[in-house]
Design a protein around this ligand. Structure first.
Ligand SMILES: Nc1ncnc2c1ncn2[C@@H]1O[C@H](COP(=O)(O)OP(=O)(O)OP(=O)(O)O)[C@@H](O)[C@H]1O
Length: 501
């Protein structure tokens, strides 16, 4: 949130609408909020609003899309107030408009005319998501239902009041780096939507945890979060795991059984490693996404469910499409709200907080007395390449805790592969550095293009290649769309600065 997060200061509301009477009416929403607000600030034209967003703090921005010239223009407002709740309103409402407004930075969308109650409830929901919540207890997971469902995991329904704050939300998703803060923000923005989320990232970067956070922060959290790991099931069984089967559908189908889609009715279906599906099943999934209906294997009856789809892959989806392994039309259906989780080696600021979290968790669980790391162990943990990402870090810490005891993890307790400076991950880094050092011809200082300019060229090329579609360009570059927004903002700021001699 803006300046007022986590304390009792009144929230600052700005409303931009070309119609002064509409703006005044919208601003009356403050009276309906349980939070105290300052007098709302009304704007009927963009320039002064943009100026104030850049210079002053903002907690809530209600913005009329027609006034600013459409959803694409919203991005310029969103980058100026990255911590504000942004509610886009428009007299031309449609699902695609709502999705593109949210892609451009809105947290939610309302079609005009709207009631102040509807607006107030959306704002309140967003403000609640931003309120700090106490650290969670370790999550409980239901056991798989039978041997074939080892890859399908349904979280138990929350036992208590469905309007309780999100049970886990973002609390388990540790990360202090700029990239992870960005991802936290994307999750908050995407959670209230019904649109599919497409998560990419190397194995072990936290894609499933991220999907769970989206579910926990959504209005679907009273219903189930069902995970189906397509890589963990033989390909010919994936269909029956997703859609279920009726008795006699195949040898061994001794009873009727609901699949993951039915279990996730009202909740979220998380399809992990979606790249493992064969093309025929991809077309069935596409039909399900288009119609919401499906048939259990061997059944003639169509069934309808309402499940939000989140999918993840550690492959490059664009390359998979080019190779003919992933249907392009399915990709466009699923790739509505993309999140990319960078590998741990590209967000080193997260390593120590994660290591400390795991050390505390497993010391408690294993009844050990570890309180931290000694300086040598810490230095090695932070500099290591972690090719297996957060999962490898977690397993390493757990292993050290189980096998040792003491007040601090010391360098000697680290597994050999991590202690050894010449072990593979760093050796690769060092070798490639060495190679480029020897290969680089000596060049005058002024002939080297600054890094930001090279980045700009690469990003602009990608945007050209996808006709300016930020989501597509970001996916191809394997970065998040908000990174592109931020970079563009910094180039604009650069161009406003006087040239350095
Ligand atoms: N940011 C994080 N904070 C805390 N724990 C994390 C974080 N990211 C990942 N983990 C932990 O690391 C492990 C791997 O995470 P997860 O299963 O979500 O990764 P993944 O990207 O889905 O992996 P895969 O592609 O192999 O399925 C889990 O135990 C998870 O709890």
């Amino acid at each position: 949130m803006g300046s007022n997060e986590g304390n009792a200061l009144p929230v600052i509301v700005r409303v931009l609408d070309a119609s002064a009477s509409e703006a005044a009416r919208t601003s009356a929403v403050c009276a309906k909020l349980s939070h105290s607000c300052t007098d709302p600030i009304l704007y009927t034209e963009s320039a002064s609003c943009l100026q104030d967003l850049a210079d002053k703090s903002t907690d809530i921005l209600v913005i009329d899309l027609e006034t600013i010239g459409g959803d694409e223009a919203l991005e310029a407002y969103a980058v100026r107030c990255p911590k504000a709740v942004i509610l886009a309103v428009s007299s031309r409402g449609s699902v695609s408009r709502a999705v593109s407004a949210m892609r451009a930075g809105a947290h939610d969308f309302l079609t005009k005319p709207f009631s102040l109650d509807a607006l107030a409830s959306k704002i309140t929901f967003q403000l609640e998501q931003r309120r700090p919540v106490p650290a969670p207890a370790a999550p409980a997971r239901s056991e798989p239902q039978d041997f074939r469902s080892a890859s399908v995991i349904s979280d138990p329904l929350p036992a208590s009041n469905p309007v309780d704050p999100a049970p886990e939300g973002m609390n388990r998703l540790v990360g202090h780096s700029a990239q992870m803060r960005d991802i936290h923000d994307q999750i908050r923005r995407m959670a209230p939507s019904q649109a599919p989320v497409f998560i990419t990232g190397e194995s072990g970067t936290g894609k499933e945890l991220c999907a769970k956070a989206v579910h926990d922060l959504s209005e679907r959290r009273p219903s189930r979060f069902v995970t189906l790991n397509c890589a963990a099931i033989p390909r010919d069984l994936i269909e029956s795991e997703i859609f279920g089967y009726v008795r006699g559908a195949f040898t061994g189908a001794v009873d009727n059984r609901a699949g993951a889609a039915e279990q996730a009715d009202g909740g979220t279906l998380f399809l992990d490693e979606i790249g493992e599906m064969d093309l025929l099943l991809q077309s069935k999934l596409l039909r399900f996404l288009q119609t919401g209906t499906f048939q259990r294997l061997g059944d003639t009856q169509s069934r309808k469910v309402d499940a939000r789809i989140i999918c993840a892959t550690n492959r490059n989806p664009v390359a998979e499409i080019s190779a003919g392994r992933f249907r392009e039309d399915l990709y466009y259906r699923l790739h509505v709200l993309p999140i990319h989780l960078p590998p741990l080696r590209e967000r080193r600021d997260d390593i120590l907080p994660l290591a400390e979290t795991f050390l505390e968790r497993y010391s408690k669980e294993e009844r050990r007395g570890f309180k931290g790391f000694d300086a040598d162990a810490e230095a090695r943990i932070v500099s290591y390449g972690w090719p297996g990402n957060v999962r490898q870090l977690e397993n390493t810490i757990r292993q050290m805790v189980v096998m040792n005891d003491g007040a601090a993890i010391t360098f000697d307790m680290l597994p050999m592969v991590i202690r050894d400076q010449s072990s593979r991950p760093n050796a690769i880094i060092d070798l490639s550095r060495e190679r480029s050092r020897t290969a680089a011809p000596s060049r005058p200082f002024g002939s080297i293009e600054p890094l930001w300019a090279q980045e700009r060229r690469i990003i602009e090329d990608a945007l050209d290649a996808f006709d300016g579609n930020i989501a597509m360009a970001a996916a191809a570059l394997e970065i998040s769309p908000s990174t592109i927004y931020r970079k563009r903002q910094s180039w604009t700021e650069r161009s406003l600065l006087p040239l350095m001699s």
